[in-house]
Design a protein around this ligand. Sequence first.
Ligand SMILES: [Zn+2]
Length: 816
Amino acid sequence: MQSLTVLSLLTSASLLMIPCAAQTSPARDYPVKPVPFTAVKVKDSFWAPKIETNRKVTIPFAFEQCEKSGRIYNFERAAKVLRGETVTDLRPPGYPFDDTDPYKVIEGASYALSVTPDPQLDAYVDTLIAKIGAAQEKDGYLYTTRTINPQAPHPWAGKERWELEQYDSHELYNLGHLYEAAAAHYQATGKRTLLDIAIRTADLLVNTFGPGKKAIWPGHQITEMGLVKLYRVTGNQKYLDLAKFLLDVRGPKTGMPRRHPSNQYNQSFLPVIEQTEPVGHAVRATYMYSGMADVAAMTGDFAYVNALNKIWDTVVQKKLYITGGIGASGAGEAFGGPYELPNMTAYNETCASIGNDYWNHRMFLLHADAKYIDVMERTLYNGLISGVSLDGKSFFYPNPLESNGQHQRSPWFGVACCPGNITRFLASFPGYMYGYQGDKLYVNLYAAGEASIKMDGGREVRLTQETKFPWEGAVKIGVEPSRAGNFTVNVRIPGWARDEAVPSDLYRFSEPLQTPATVKVNGRSVPMKLDKGYVAITRNWRKGDTIEVSLPMPVRRVLAHEKVTADKDRMALQRGPFVYAAEWADNPGGKVRNLMLPANAELRAEWRPDLLNGVTVIKSRAVALSYDAKGAVQKKEQEFTAIPYYAWANRGRGQMIVWLPTVESAAKPSAWPTVATTSKLVATPGRQQRGKNPAPIIDGEEPTSSIDNSSYFDWWPTRGTTESIEMTFAKTETVSEAQIYWFDDTGRGQVRVPQSWRLLYKDGNEWKPVENPSGYGVAKDTYNKVTFKPVTTSALKLEVVMQPQWSAGLSEWKVK
Ligand SMILES: [Zn+2]
């Protein structure tokens, strides 16, 4: 839906666009219908700037990265091969799923275009679509690596089409993203260019897969969701049938050898309707659950819904971070076991947060229950938007809840799924705010702006929101029906504005709210009778009616279930929808992991317009713990500041912590300053675009074993090379001993103790090996001590020769 002001901005060139191309109405659908983001205009100071940064910065930036990294070049090379031209560069792309990144950014750009016309962006997307179309084979097949070099495609692609689909070829995964992009582009512009490309591939799939044809499932899900979108746009029942087939064929009965233990990794360990546990790769899982919800909504298949209800309960009871992140484990990018929610090593991929929100929104549309919006909102305001920097140009892949400075955002990744996902999610954010069913409206999220809602039966309602949410909890909702009449407005009272941290016992607020949430209509209080998280207001609504919602926003302390060992004797801070983090930049001494915040410390909220684009911080007094020269713990009271978690890591690398110790024994006292802990480290970057931060290896924290990954540095994915780290002392020192604790993640990763190493010292501008070294040990789980002839120097250099095929890393480096 275009407002008049937007229409008046249209130039003659962009008049070719036909916004909101018609969509066929399926016979059956979700009971609750979402109000599309094109009908909702957000004008607040939080989301509106983020959506604009996404449109003006992130989308062009992500396209530029797709160009620079060869992702567009792959389509160009495939097109040349199809035209019979000579292509000398037949190398496979970095990954067989590189095609999806342009698809995802086209989807994001299309959403942006359907709200804000941009002839230049529109024209650029057209050129990309032309390149994609030119890379499509005659029968519809679209997968650049095989088309570029059918004899030797990417090793994960296999010799024949679809041969390795259930493993790693990602042929169907790529097409799923194409369908999402094609539906978005058609609806935004009315142009059929990308849609027709998508339809040709989908018709090939319909002819290839199904009963009596090939019976395999997508190794990486999203094809199912994508096919449902294509069905919505075209009305072609075959696409919905295929989506359902690809879900139903999933499972261990297909006779494929099992590469992953029980195939939990890609959720094929059981037929989908028999699954009750969230396991394996978290992004694949949430895309599959979203696809199951879609197919259930369109077919009425309750077996899917029953499975989803059970899986959802387990996520929320045992596998959800307080930030709404999911997928605890970096190994397999997977869900951990029940209550396995480590903080420093939390994986919480940005894409998994996005997938979690796709899924929870669909669960709401199925059940009209606000508990799904509670989870969606928690993820949205915390573990999802933490995935992109405030300037829109760098991204987190994992979103940990504690850092020793080893984490930092990156402008792009070899596997670049997260940035593209951010572009498409943020552009469509307003579509998550409202829903309707019959004569019921649902107000799910709060943000200043307006919405035009066309309900079934022809009633139109304009809703406006005046509020400073998410920083303040007062919301004034204007209700303007096109004609007066009886209907219901369901106003969501978030769990945090009641006494429910999450819809389970996984987290709880330490104290009950002092002031309850209230709702008024035209100034008169409405009874706070909650049904599925909503206050339902049924009345004869007329133009000019207002609803005032007051959501209390004191700072709350959150405690975790006792089985979450990582959060034992700790608490998290929350205010409104935001979970807070203490970061190095705001706290004395630049450290936060050594802090203890007493359970009874007074907490106050303070608005800071100057900080991080404007945030409410939490202030208090904390106790800083440190070791003295004799190893005794010293305590000092000091100022404490916490910022909203999403805004961390925008001011350089350093410590961060979400779960704050409430007792001394849970805190990590900072180390007594030594030659090593006061020095500066520079490591060779290996294959990393920007090197990792080696600072954790001089933090003075004692490793518990070589596989302890709470504080370490490694060169992974670089393998088999010689690398080095220079340690520059705070001042010239005379030293004669070094101790190295090697990091080695045998059984989990690809880092091993090195083949050999040596120490050099700086003599003027030259590096010279230390003399008479006592020996360079490579023992695991202990310090390897080397003594040498004393040298007076400003710096040492550690030179590491990796074992062939393996990477190397360190947990701690001491010098005397
Ligand atoms: Zn990702």
